[in-house]
Design a protein around this ligand. Structure first.
Ligand code: FES
Length: 109
């Protein structure tokens, strides 16, 4: 059985371009990894409004914008700040070890 609180390496820090989300899969769960404003965030890669990849959206001011209808999710909390999405998207803890980016599927909120 997999320990869901375990941190797993998802990519190298050098693979992340500033403000360009990278889609990865962790135990079959799609996760968007985002490097922005000097930090790295991990957010579930499916919009809470419809089945759309958030990694294809734009990053700005610590938010990721869904490309389909424009809801913006806070990368720190997963909460949307504009309709049509009303439900948050899960966010996950991130650890940086050297050049490795590790994510745990334990939800932060
Ligand atoms: S699918 Fe993301 S806001 Fe509608």
């Amino acid at each position: 059985m997999t320990d869901s609180s375990a941190f797993v390496r998802v990519c190298g820090l050098g693979e992340l371009e500033e403000d360009t989300p990278k889609r990865v899969e962790l135990d079959g769960t799609p996760v968007s990894v985002v490097r922005t404003e000097g930090e790295v965030f991990a957010i579930h890669d499916i919009c809470s409004h419809a089945n759309v990849s958030l990694a294809e959206g734009e990053v700005d001011d610590c938010h990721i914008e869904c490309w389909l209808h424009g809801s913006r999710f806070d990368l720190r909390s997963g909460k949307p700040d504009a309709l049509p999405a009303t439900r948050p998207v899960p966010v996950y803890p991130v650890k940086i070890e050297g050049d490795d980016v590790l994510v745990s599927l334990t939800q932060e909120s």
